[in-house]
Write a protein that binds this ligand. Structure first.
Ligand code: GLC
Ligand code: CA
Length: 569
């Protein structure tokens, strides 16, 4: 049960967030690469979606070994994207439009081209020698991207730890000087007016002393027990939080915690001294495949529901959830948990499946128009390091079409193709050939087209976000799941006092049947939404005008049909 009073909620509890992966968002200066000039022009579009904040995936200088997640200068803007003056312009305009700005803070590692690393590798008498994790002999840990987590550095004659790519050496957070650097980075951006941070793989920053060997037979994650949620994590995070507390605005801290259990995540955001405001969970994204995996399982709705419900229940009283289905690390959700042949229906049903849970919804660029996975011809057309590593390492004896199919299902590159703004040449993303392949379906799937179509996925997202914001029950109410074993339908309820919303959501290609909870049977209810009916029945947002109906005992649903009912009991 929610024990918080409404006054205890902060801005981000009511907010929803739009994630920009800038390189593929909008090219404002005609060089084929997305940038802050493009972002500036699209701010009204983002505002009109009904979100309250933008989270920028890294926009700092970076050699792009991991597309921005390898930073070579934390206090600047990548020249491809603009400069600090342009950033300030975007930030000020965003604030005028009522949009807050959240920066990505990647502090588990830097780029190997960062000046700290260039110094550190020089030798043991260098002042930066302990900024990274050096050993004479590596342990058996593997990198998340594949292969050993250690690389030999000839100049220093030692190995350095890199939990991700070779070009992403891990910082030594146990060194107080490193933590001072991080605090100075936080202040740098807070002084410029940003409203919060999304903290990258934050659960990995504290490694167990002595770096003991991990479980030998676990691929990719064998050392995880020694660096996930490590011994000094809370302590370091609370130092960083104090910096955010120096400012008189309400700064949000969102932690990305790959594989962190809900119970552990809860500890970071609740209690007497929370160190984080919410954590990005991964459990619900494992219902088919994951980019570090080389297997592809068919989508299991039951396991997705189980993960969602577990996080909802664990965070129920004092906690809070991030809600998402897409970001730059996951393939497009319609191609995964939905169906490209039921494109519009499944795109809308998926929106309903997560936006109405208790938490802060995130929308990743292009998700709101239903962008889908890309099928590139050859592995040479892919750019993501993790994708290439998987391809080279696993199932190498399989026929090529099978291997490419695996890539199609799991590659992070599917969510990194340029945003589809219109059916013009280059999808309105740029006036020249974009830096990365466009999905050829941009002729059918694009913003301009969806602005014209009153029943588009884009219009549907706008409605869902507006509806969420208008309903205190959906913002703050309790969550309860029904029929967890139903393999076609996700059924959950949000309740605040005697007001209830029932979310009914089929994620099946076949017609589906679902038993309604007792309290709804033979009762007159209001329909707040149905993705098979015209939006005009709902988008006035006037409860008095919502259609009413008397519910039977069981509902029969069309493929990917989603409905919301409202009732008092
Ligand atoms: C996070 C990022 C991902 C990146 C990794 C290493 O998981 O979201 O894109 O590759 O951290 O920084
Ligand atoms: Ca550009």
């Amino acid at each position: 049960m929610t024990t918080r009073t409404e006054k205890q909620y902060r801005w981000f509890h009511r907010a929803s967030l739009y994630q920009i992966w800038i390189r593929s968002f909008a090219d404002g200066n005609g060089d084929g690469i997305g940038d802050l000039y493009g972002v500036y022009e699209k701010l009204p579009y983002i505002r009109d979606l009904g979100v309250d904040a933008i989270w920028f995936s890294p926009i700092y200088p970076s050699p792009n070994a991991d597309y921005g997640y390898d930073i070579s200068d934390y206090k600047n803007i990548h020249p491809d994207y603009g400069d600090l003056a342009q950033f300030q312009k975007v930030l000020n305009r965003a604030h005028e439009l009522g949009l807050r700005i959240i920066m990505d803070l990647v502090i588990n590692h830097t780029s190997d081209e960062h000046p700290w690393f260039l110094e550190s590798r020089k030798g043991e008498d260098n002042p930066y020698r302990d900024y990274y994790i050096w050993r004479r002999r590596p342990n058996n840990w593997n990198s998340i991207f594949g292969g050993s987590a250690w690389a030999y550095e000839g100049t220093r004659g030692q190995y350095y730890l890199h939990l991700f790519a070779k070009k992403q050496p891990d910082l030594n957070m146990d060194n107080p000087a490193v933590r001072e650097e991080i605090k100075s980075i936080l202040r740098f951006w807070l002084d410029r007016g940003v409203d919060g941070f999304r903290m990258d793989v934050i659960n990995f920053i504290s490694k167990r002393e002595g770096l003991p060997d991990g479980i030998p037979w676990l691929p990719a994650i064998n050392g995880m027990m020694h660096f996930k949620d490590g011994p000094h994590l809370q302590e370091y995070l609370s130092e960083f939080r104090s910096v955010c507390r120096e400012y008189d605005r309400d700064i949000v801290q969102i932690g990305e915690g790959p594989f962190t259990e809900a119970e552990v995540a809860r500890r970071y955001i609740t209690g007497r001294k929370p160190v984080m405001d919410m954590m990005i969970s991964f459990d619900h994204m494992l219902a088919d495949c994951f980019y570090t995996e080389y297997l592809h399982r068919p989508f299991s709705l039951v396991s997705m529901k189980k993960a969602f419900t577990h996080w909802q229940n664990t965070m129920a009283d004092k906690g809070w959830n991030t809600l998402y289905l897409e970001n730059h690390d996951h393939p497009r959700i319609i191609s995964r948990y939905g169906s490209e042949s039921w494109w519009k229906e499944s795109g809308k049903a998926l929106a309903v499946s997560y936006i109405f849970q208790r938490g802060t919804p995130f929308i990743y660029q292009g998700q709101e128009i239903g962008m889908t996975n890309i099928r590139l011809r050859s592995i040479r057309d892919y750019l993501d390091e993790a994708t290439i590593q998987n391809f080279e390492r696993f199932f190498t004896k399989d026929p090529m079409d099978k291997r490419m199919n695996r890539i199609y299902h799991s590659s992070r590159d599917s969510s990194r193709t340029p945003m589809q703004w219109s059916e013009e040449r280059y999808a309105g993303f740029s006036t020249v050939l974009p830096w990365f392949s466009l999905n050829p379906n941009y002729h059918a799937i694009n913003v301009e087209e969806e602005e014209r179509d009153p029943e588009s996925i884009l219009k549907f997202y706008r409605y869902c976000l507006a509806l969420r914001k208008k309903s205190r029950t959906i913002l703050y109410g309790d969550y309860r799941e029904y029929e967890p074993g139903n393999r076609q339908v996700y059924l959950y309820e949000r309740s605040l006092k005697d007001n209830h919303c029932l979310i009914v959501c089929s994620l099946s290609k076949e017609p589906a049947r679902v038993r309604l909870p007792e309290a709804y049977r033979n009762r007159k209810v209001r329909r707040m939404l149905n993705n098979y009916e015209p939006m005009s029945l709902f988008d006035h947002l006037d409860p008095e005008r919502y259609p009413t109906e008397k519910l039977p005992e069981k509902l029969l649903l069309h493929p990917y049909e989603a409905r919301i009912y409202q009732i008092r009991y």
